[in-house]
Design a protein around this ligand. Sequence first.
Ligand SMILES: NC(=O)c1ccc[n+]([C@@H]2O[C@H](COP(=O)([O-])OP(=O)(O)OC[C@H]3O[C@@H](n4cnc5c(N)ncnc54)[C@H](OP(=O)(O)O)[C@@H]3O)[C@@H](O)[C@H]2O)c1
Ligand SMILES: *[C@@H]1O[C@H](CO)[C@@H](O)[C@H](O)[C@H]1NC(C)=O
Length: 315
Amino acid sequence: MGLLQKILIPVLGLVLAFCFYSSRENFKPEMLKGKRVIVTGASTGIGEQMVYHLARMGAHVLVTARTEAKLQQVNGKLGTHTCTHRHRKANLTLQVVERCRALGASSARLVSGSMEDMATTRQLVEVAEAELGGLDMLILNHVGKSYFNYFDGDVGHVQKLLNINFLSYVAMTVSALPMLKRSGGSIVVVSSMAGKVGFPFTVPYSATKFALDGFFSSLRQEFSIQSVNVSITLCILGFIDTENAMRAAADVLLMSPAPKEECALEIIKGGTLRQREVYYRYASTKLPLLLRDWAAELLDLLVRQRYRPERLRAA
Ligand SMILES: NC(=O)c1ccc[n+]([C@@H]2O[C@H](COP(=O)([O-])OP(=O)(O)OC[C@H]3O[C@@H](n4cnc5c(N)ncnc54)[C@H](OP(=O)(O)O)[C@@H]3O)[C@@H](O)[C@H]2O)c1
Ligand SMILES: *[C@@H]1O[C@H](CO)[C@@H](O)[C@H](O)[C@H]1NC(C)=O
């Protein structure tokens, strides 16, 4: 134990720190200038912050969300006649696009549609082809709404969430692959610690995130065997301070959330540098995962200690 503590742990720490910092230092914002990027689920949260970073770096950004504002945008005017909830939401998403333009994006567009419908995924990719003439980076980030509580046995909800959080990622990848092969581009998949370790109170969500790891890690192997020059970056995020995550989990989770702005930047850096995986924050994701294969039960226990189940909202 003495030997372990004195030598092995510091050496391991140094190796990890070296890997981490050596790849981070290579990133330059100019790398994104003029790049054509799709960010799904960019109307709020981490996706929204990603498109702002990309805009500042001078990329072409294609923002997606469910909002039905496509026609309004094509006509170049906002619907001001009625102020239903749907219109208000659509206008908020258009503000994201407007802000991208103001921040210096080479171009910014909104394409709307629900990812529950696989036909939408094809349409989104077709817009990129028609309007941008290709694609350099596909950032898959959207998630469907789920509950934060004990598994309620609703199989239909699991199926719906698999469609939104997993199958649409597969379908987008299939549709975008010809363009990505042409550009030597990148696929960035936003996942979670809940897609690497069993977390309580997010059973359907965790299932969809584990599925992403299986699909994209296998696909990466095949790309490597076939010399397909398209990188796949899987992002393992801890607790991030987006509005939706805070509303769902802040009372129950004994953890301080990390900032969404920095999180968004780390995802873009990792994707641009064609890293295999991104861990954010590093200390609360990669380090606990070192326990997973050697002391799984200890990790499970440490995870459970982070929760206050008595504070769950009555279902
Ligand atoms: N925040 C965290 O603590 C945390 C932790 C780990 C991992 N992550 C991952 O980070 C990513 C972003 O999370 P976030 O917290 O930023 O989420 P968020 O703020 O809830 O954003 C979700 C996005 O997905 C869109 N969306 C929802 N349902 C959709 C549907 N059916 N079809 C198309 N788009 C849909 C939403 O827009 P509309 O509602 O307008 O459609 C929104 O733009 C997710 O993959 C999440 O799993 C987050
Ligand atoms: C793969 O694509 C990247 C980025 O587009 C490029 O820098 C690299 O040279 C390509 N590699 C090969 C072997 O074509």
